[in-house]
Design a protein around this ligand. Structure first.
Ligand SMILES: Nc1ncnc2c1ncn2[C@@H]1O[C@H](COP(=O)(O)OP(=O)(O)OP(=O)(O)O)[C@@H](O)[C@H]1O
Ligand SMILES: [Mg+2]
Length: 365
């Protein structure tokens, strides 16, 4: 391959360079037309060396891969997945990297006839993605269960309340009517809990143009009104972030829930006067959210210098009714996560004593 064609391949497939996963475009015999930057880095070879090489040489045992590539090239199937071991570095047999390989058909590339796209995902990366997908499925299942249960509980509550009221009217003994008051009071408490459980599913989304910084500023004002002393809310905004389509009121609610938790966790520092919440926005590229890949996304970080999420609930805080706080209902983060998901986004959390970071990632157009 001459230098002209080398630069042409780079121009044709250059977009793959932005991917975090390894990608190669090959001919059915394994001749490499292009390997993206991530792949080059792992192979520790120059682009020139890669594009003169044969993909099959870089694997410990390429026979399965060869079968898959020829099957896909023959159109026997449109894509195929397998596990393989990639040789990394200049010395063969030394470093073997376990990878998950996806082989798929590619639109014909002018001048090259049939070409095949080979994606490689490091198993560690794959394991993380699997874990995230499982967590997501679990959240979905829990949400459905909660919603159904909430409906079931809601229906008889009206009846119980009405009956207690009738009973109260029949009772002459004031001591007895204290009991009916307890019933009515507890029914009302359950009713409002159930209402909060059902809230995110009740209203249709009101979609308009949303600016993330306007949302942050609104939340900042609300929280500073609630905590006028001892709390600083700093901001670090990437003002190049574009507006996006979303439900403004819902998103304010989601961010407020996160910031409110931070402020509640900071009560000792607020008393001491050195509590800090940081609102930080950033652009993220090539992110996977709920199994879907997005070219561009925004990240909103809510960071605080509080004691951190209690370790025993850290991996469950987005589940309903999980709370580490006296008097907490454990619904704030569930609601925030539901709202983020309704915007195709998600919220995750990293926490240690002195630094807690809630990150909301939302895809951008
Ligand atoms: N920034 C934070 N620092 C420390 N712990 C936190 C933080 N954010 C959340 N948590 C923990 O996560 C728990 C769950 O939060 P969530 O908002 O879902 O429920 P809650 O605040 O307990 O009740 P509510 O329904 O009123 O919001 C909290 O009780 C708290 O223990
Ligand atoms: Mg809360």
């Amino acid at each position: 391959m001459n230098d002209d064609s080398l630069s042409r391949e780079t121009a044709d497939f250059g977009a793959f360079d932005t991917l975090a996963t390894m990608v190669a475009v090959i001919q059915p015999g394994g001749e490499c037309l292009f390997a993206n930057a991530a792949f080059e880095n792992v192979l520790r070879l120059s682009r020139r060396a890669v594009q003169r090489g044969n993909l099959f040489d870089w694997f410990a045992d390429a026979s399965l891969l060869q079968d898959a590539v020829s099957g896909v090239a023959r159109n026997a199937y449109s894509s195929s997945r397998l596990e393989a071991q990639l040789r990394c570095g200049a010395r063969p047999h030394e470093d073997l990297l376990p990878v998950h390989v996806i082989v798929s058909q590619m639109e014909g590339t002018p001048g090259h006839g049939a070409t095949v796209l080979v994606e490689l995902i490091e198993n560690a990366q794959q394991a993380r993605q699997d874990r995230e997908e499982r967590a997501l499925d679990q959240v979905q299942a829990t949400k459905e269960l909660t919603r159904n249960l909430a409906h079931e509980i809601k229906n008889p509550l009206g009846g119980i309340r009405g009956a207690a009221q009738l009973l109260a009217m029949e009772l002459d003994d004031p001591e007895m009517s204290e009991y009916t008051q307890v019933i009515i009071h507890e029914v009302d408490r359950l009713q409002s809990l159930v209402d909060r459980l059902l809230a995110p599913h009740r209203h249709a989304q009101v979609v308009g143009d949303v600016n993330i910084h306007e949302i942050c500023e609104r939340v900042r004002l609300i929280i500073l009104a609630e905590y006028p002393r001892g709390l600083t809310v700093e901001r670090d905004y990437d003002t190049s972030l574009p507006d996006f389509r979303g439900d403004r009121e819902q998103l304010i609610q989601a961010v407020l829930n996160i910031v409110q938790n931070a402020a509640q966790a900071l009560h000792a520092r607020i008393a001491a006067g050195d509590a800090v919440i940081m609102l930080r926005t950033r652009v993220a590229r090539q992110v996977t959210l709920s199994k879907q890949r997005w070219r561009l996304a925004l990240e909103l970080h809510v960071e605080d210098n509080g004691p951190g999420v209690p370790a025993d609930i850290l991996d469950r805080i987005f589940y309903p009714l999980v709370s580490g706080r006296e008097g907490g209902t454990g619904l704030g983060l569930t609601l925030a996560q539901t709202i983020a998901q309704q915007h195709q986004g998600m919220i995750d959390c990293e926490s240690e004593a002195g630094r807690t970071d809630f990150r909301m990632t939302l895809p951008l157009p």
